[in-house]
Design a protein around this ligand. Structure first.
Ligand SMILES: [Zn+2]
Length: 215
């Protein structure tokens, strides 16, 4: 199989888009506007660092952990595996272990979230997430990067802090908010680069994938 076209797996950013409950919404306003007779269009932004497709740095849950500007570029650039998850509630160890994850792997989980949760601007509480035991399993595998297709690796009511701590405490970099609907499971090349915000615990990112021949 030939190397494929780049596929954009980033969430578009727009006013009224979904955001984590209690977190700051995405708001873009024009401070200058050609339509209003100004000499250019100029946008002002207000939002959470965890809007849309974004990455979490260890310092999100680990005191003294690396901040997003310290991310090794290899956490976001390199070979990545897109793994399809059948379970519509949680990502279970039993479904993950058959893929024999290796140390250093970048793994992106494609769940029903990509088709269902992203279909609306309303926050979906029951999105498929990584329970803490699976997070600990991923840490034992020694993977480098874990990506999920909704706004958090953990659940809304359960596994939030525990799952983040298990992954981030193991030095795993997290990509949240991927849109994987157009992506078949398999081997890819990943480029995901969060904004270099000094001292921040996370940042919005653009993420793209390109199919590569399976090993
Ligand atoms: Zn986050």
């Amino acid at each position: 199989m030939m190397t494929g076209e780049w596929i954009d797996v980033s969430a578009p950013l727009y006013n009224g888009m979904v955001h984590w409950p209690g977190d700051a919404p995405f708001e873009r306003a024009l401070t200058l506007s050609l339509d209003r007779g100004d000499e250019c269009n100029l946008s002002e932004l207000s939002t959470t660092a965890h809007i849309g497709t974004h990455m979490d740095a260890p310092s999100h849950f680990v005191a003294g952990g690396h901040t997003i500007d310290r991310m090794p570029l290899t956490a976001g650039i390199g070979p990545a595996r897109v793994i399809a998850i059948e379970d519509q509630k949680v990502i279970r160890i039993e479904e993950v272990e058959r893929h024999r994850l290796q140390k250093g792997d970048r793994v992106l989980f494609k769940t029903i979230n990509s088709a269902r949760a992203w279909a609306t601007d309303q926050f979906q509480e029951n999105f498929v997430h990584i329970p803490e035991p699976t997070a600990n399993y991923l840490a034992r595998c020694g993977v480098q990067t874990v990506g999920v297709d909704y706004l958090s690796v953990g659940g809304y009511r359960t596994d939030g802090a525990g799952t983040h701590r298990a992954l981030l405490g193991a030095g795993i970099w997290i990509i949240e908010g991927l849109k994987l609907r157009e992506v078949e499971p398999g081997d890819y090349e990943l480029i995901c680069l969060p904004l270099k915000m000094v001292g921040a615990e996370g940042a919005p990112a653009r993420a793209v994938l390109r199919r590569v021949p399976s090993k």
